[in-house]
Design a protein around this ligand. Structure first.
Ligand code: NAP
Ligand code: ZN
Ligand code: ZN
Length: 349
């Protein structure tokens, strides 16, 4: 076993503090990855603060991992030492059910093995995430980072990138479609860039009026400040597709009214529930659905797409010692637009 420095939440109410975990030497089909950067996703906060219920502590969050392969198991075919790779939100799944066979392991019928706050298949040991200096992962659950990508700006693509790319692709968003992205945070800002790269006409809906200039700079064509209730009256039936990335409770009914006849709204944000009026869907046969990250194959496709279109996250790189401050700033929408931990800060401490 390899003693590995990490940061962990000891319980839901406590700040993250230094913690030591054990990683194993790679089994025949595993690789050992030296973690270079790890993004800070709002899901890390929801889980570290037990906002979804059922969190296991101590918890080492982090599922936007970019690193370098430093050792490989005897049977590994896909990777060699020195490869620059990514690890996203899951590190295993049953590999046999319908979704797994279709390459949509995130919907595994036995439950995907989450990168952290999960348990390893077989051993039942807790999984620990990317707020640590290394991780051991099965070779089939590792992504290739295309050459030349800026690594700290690529880490957030492993969750924010695939979570926004997958529904845009799945629901067939194409050039000229009028797409609204609700919430200009970690997911939202990457969603704007990807939708734009797909040729859509993109509108950002934000509760922070001050983000107008930045939304346009990031590639949005239009900006609507949702603090003004008139916005919902004046833009009825305007959009073909709405991608809702908001992390806090808000009224879906208002947003559904912005969809055209037969339009689709996809929830990717996971806030507390709100009541849904049947009429919001019935009146124009509008669709409300949700989407969870993406499978390994589609995540690779997303990385290659982002490399080809020069899409990467806007990031603020921090040492891990500033993680608790970063969590608070994410919750108050004060991040432009993703915190990324430089893992050298943990190796030195
Ligand atoms: P984030 O960076 O905090 O962005 C969320 C955005 O929501 C904020 O930037 C803000 O945008 C908006 N917002 C925040 N509070 C609000 C409020 N009170 N009223 C209205 N809007 C508010 O978070 P993230 O990392 O992008 O994650 C967003 C959500 O997606 C989280 O719930 C996360 O757990 C979830 N998630 C889901 C998946 C999936 O697979 N489905 C994957 C990753 C994350 P404005 O300032 O522009 O309004
Ligand atoms: Zn995430
Ligand atoms: Zn499965």
């Amino acid at each position: 076993m390899l003693k590995t420095p990490a940061y962990a939440a000891p319980s839901a109410k406590k700040p993250l503090t230094p913690f030591t975990i054990e990683r194993r030497e790679p089994a025949p089909h595993e690789v050992l990855i030296d973690i270079l950067f790890c993004g800070v996703c709002h899901s890390d906060i929801h889980q570290a603060r037990d906002e979804w219920g059922g969190s296991a502590f101590p918890m080492v969050p982090g599922h936007e991992i970019v690193g370098k392969v430093v050792a490989i198991g005897s049977e590994v075919k896909k990777w060699v030492v020195g490869d620059i790779v990514g690890v996203g939100c899951f590190i295993d799944s049953c590999r046999e059910c319908g979704p797994c066979r279709e390459g949509e392991e995130q919907y595994c019928e036995e439950g995907m093995t989450a990168t952290y706050n999960g348990t390893e298949r077989g051993s039942g040991r807790p999984t620990y995430g990317g707020y640590s200096t290394r991780i051991t992962v099965d070779e089939n659950y590792v992504l290739r980072i295309p050459d030349g990508m800026p690594l700290e700006r690529t880490a957030p693509l492993l969750c924010a990138g695939i979570t926004t790319y997958s529904p845009l692709r799945h629901f067939g968003v194409k050039a000229g479609d009028r797409v609204a992205v609700v919430g200009l945070g970690g997911l939202g800002h990457v969603g704007v860039k990807i939708a734009r790269a797909m040729g859509a006409e993109v509108t950002v809906l934000s509760h922070t009026p001050g983000k107008r200039e930045e939304a346009l700079r990031l590639g949005a064509d239009h900006f609507l400040a949702t603090g003004d209730p008139q916005v919902f009256k004046e833009n009825g039936s305007r959009f073909d597709f709405i991608l809702d990335t908001v992390s806090a409770r808000h009224d879906y009914n208002d947003y559904l009214g912005l969809l055209r006849h037969d339009g689709t709204m996809v929830l990717v944000g996971i806030p507390e529930p709100v009541a849904l009026a049947a009429g919001s869907l019935v009146m124009q046969r509008r669709r409300l659905t949700g989407s969870l990250i993406g499978g390994i194959r589609e995540t690779q496709e997303m990385l290659d797409f982002c490399a080809a279109h020069e899409v990467a996250a806007e990031v603020e790189v921090i040492p891990i010692q500033r993680i608790n401050e970063a969590f608070d700033r994410v919750v108050s929408s004060d991040v432009r637009y993703r915190f990324v931990i430089d893992m050298d800060s943990l190796k030195e401490s």
